[in-house]
Design a protein around this ligand. Structure first.
Ligand SMILES: Nc1ncnc2c1ncn2[C@@H]1O[C@H](COP(=O)(O)OP(=O)(O)O)[C@@H](O)[C@H]1O
Ligand SMILES: [Mg+2]
Length: 305
């Protein structure tokens, strides 16, 4: 069997760290039949603005992973792997936090594609999933079941044979998750769907709420990483107070405002650019009359101040 290195040499590819990493990832991807994607984490927790509670719990989680063997020596019985559930509305940083956990530990992240697991459940799937768990365990990767709601869907209401197949997959998954010795993370938008017995199995259940005013202020301060900053006269406090935006929306608005500044070659982000960007984000979800009213009021205040 040719090694990853051999195949890169045969293709005459430059042997950069990146090329080697990518080739390894591709090889692993092939081995799991598209049930998972492999990524190298781009974030750590310093890239995130979290609530004090979420951050404290995430740090505990990291500590449990780092001290796993020392901890095992202190308590009777076999210490289970570390399994956490991240829950909260969309755009609050659940997927990003999973990547940050892997980033803090300098480990690859295996993201399981649950849609494929559920829709293509055939005899072979169990074998591939078993491979995936074994491989992840061996490589001490962080295993992520992102948007794991398919696993939690009520299993008694099974009708079609397709559902039955999906159910077999879920039963296997739950069983294997329990014995998994590595780091297993699940995210969901709907904690209410999950029964208490299942919740109790997790080492940590961490809430990612929509940010309150203080949290939004920190997000707005953190979001400008480059040279482009909002002009001093822009009244950010009004924006922070009146627009209930998620961290992801704040990120999108800032990114688009920077783009407008680059397109218009302005040295700073103007109120018009930030306003237009905000409008674009609100338009995506037809955020409604109240938001439109606040936007008009904010524009007016900035023009007259
Ligand atoms: N708490 C946060 N701190 C900083 N940026 C965030 C945070 N939450 C979300 N983001 C930004 O929004 C993007 C989407 O967030 P994501 O993690 O996909 O949300 P979720 O998985 O909860 O739906 C992230 O890639 C990041 O740019
Ligand atoms: Mg997500």
């Amino acid at each position: 069997m040719t090694t990853v290195l051999d195949s890169l040499i045969q293709q005459d590819s430059p042997l950069t760290t990146h090329a080697i990493q990518q080739a390894c990832l591709q090889r692993m991807h092939g081995a799991t039949q598209g049930l998972a994607t492999f990524t190298l984490p781009r974030f750590t927790f310093s890239d995130m603005v979290l609530t004090a509670d979420a951050l404290a719990q995430a740090e505990e989680l990291l500590a449990r992973i780092r001290f796993h063997s020392q901890l095992a020596a202190q308590v009777p019985g076999r210490l289970s792997g570390t399994q956490a559930l991240f829950w909260g509305p969309p755009g609050t940083g659940k997927s990003m936090a999973a990547e940050a956990i892997a980033g803090e530990l300098c480990l690859p992240l295996y993201k399981v594609n649950l849609a494929n697991v559920a829709s293509k459940w055939i005899g072979e799937t169990e074998k591939h999933l078993a491979n995936l768990f074994d491989q992840a365990e061996k490589q001490k990767a962080v295993l992520l079941f992102d948007e794991a709601d398919a696993i939690f869907a009520r299993r008694s209401e099974v009708e079609s044979s397709h559902d039955k197949n999906a159910n077999m997959g879920v039963s296997y998954l739950l069983q294997r998750m329990e014995t998994y010795q590595g780091v297993l993370l699940l995210s969901t938008n709907f904690k209410a769907n999950i029964d208490d017995a299942f919740l109790r199995r997790f080492t940590a259940v961490i809430e990612f709420p929509l940010p309150d005013k203080l949290h939004r202020k920190k997000l707005w301060q953190h979001v400008w990483q480059g040279e482009l900053q909002p002009a001093d006269q822009i009244e950010m406090d009004y924006l922070i107070e009146h627009f209930d935006l998620s961290p992801s929306q704040i990120h999108n608005i800032a990114e688009r405002a920077c783009l407008f500044a680059l397109m218009e070659r302005t040295p700073q982000i103007t109120q018009a650019q930030l306003g237009k960007s905000l409008q674009r984000e609100l338009d995506k979800q037809s955020a409604g009359f109240i938001a439109a009213h606040h936007l008009a009021a904010w524009t007016e205040r900035n023009v007259t101040s």
